[in-house]
Design a protein around this ligand. Sequence first.
Ligand SMILES: Cc1ncc(COP(=O)(O)O)c(C=O)c1O
Length: 386
Amino acid sequence: MELLLAPSGRSGVPPFIVMDVMAAAERIEAAGGHVIHMEVGQPAAAAPKPALDAAAAALRGGRIDYTSALGIVSLRQRIARHYRESYGCAVDPDRVVITTGSSGAFILAFLAMFDPGDRVAVTIPGYPPYRHILTALGCEPVLIETSSETRHALTGEALLAAHRKAPLKGVLVGSPANPTGTMMSREALTGLMAAAEGAGIRFISDEIYHGLDYAFPAVTAAELSPHALVINSFSKYFCMTGWRVGWMVVPQPLVRPIERLQQNLAISVPTLSQIAAEAAFDGAEEMEAIKRGYLENRRILIEGLPRAGLTRFLPADGAFYLYADVSEFTSDSLAFAKTMLEKTHVAATPGVDFDPLHGRNFIRFSYARSADDMREAVTRIARWLA
Ligand SMILES: Cc1ncc(COP(=O)(O)O)c(C=O)c1O
């Protein structure tokens, strides 16, 4: 009987610890505590009004049918227009695929590009599901360490060094990055992509934090090569996490394989969310105002955390994260985050989620909530660390 109930080996992926921290925070809230949520990378704002209006109108219309597997054509066209307007980059709408968030995109991309056993490079610190999804699909995530010296940008040299040890089939990078908030310059991205292409390594660019760039405009890999696979989402800049809608720009030869995979795995992406997503592009003013809020939050933390005792972090270029080195206080970031949550009711994510090697020395703060929350968090942490 036990054998019948045993889960598969591939399902034994580690938890996404941030979700566990959220659950602990919820328990404190259920007992009446006021938690400041700096653990989860989730905008405090609702979806932009045009998105909400479009969804409400569609609901009133009654039927919500399947869409085609690649997504609603007008949404794919609108995304192609976004590349033209935001990056000056021509993208054929046929290469745009709508996905169930960028999370759904990773599954489709990995299935379409890699076979079981293929080695795929990801950076650490980095977004944990990259490596966990690869593992669940039978691929081998190859962890390449980045450091603050390159502002956590993966270099072509580091990629090729890993490739020489054992051949890589692919590489995935994100910029602006989670958890460090650092960004790759145009030169750094161009150099890395050239190194990858030269060595026959497939390139995936996670651009989910595009739009939330403060240091300099983010560069899309779609502009640099038609062979790159670009992943993006409505979750962050567009404030639509729970709508579960994202997109990919895929190399032409992968369009049909991905269409076949999506047909079989999901049929299509939720229709209501696709309708709302298309309208979200009309909410630019709202989203830019929210972005200015993040910029202010970033300022409050960059000035406030050092006064509170946390001095060692890179001033993030984008996204809404700061990744602080807390090694002068602990070598167990999981226990540190747990105690901080209990004592201060400030929830943050332990670095072990992002980096199995050095994460025990780091804590990630998300600053996607209100400025008042940021000020209050700094005050609480200062009192605790004092
Ligand atoms: C770097 C990165 N990529 C992808 C995702 C997944 O986002 P979604 O599936 O909501 O698009 C996240 C979520 O936090 C993220 O931080």
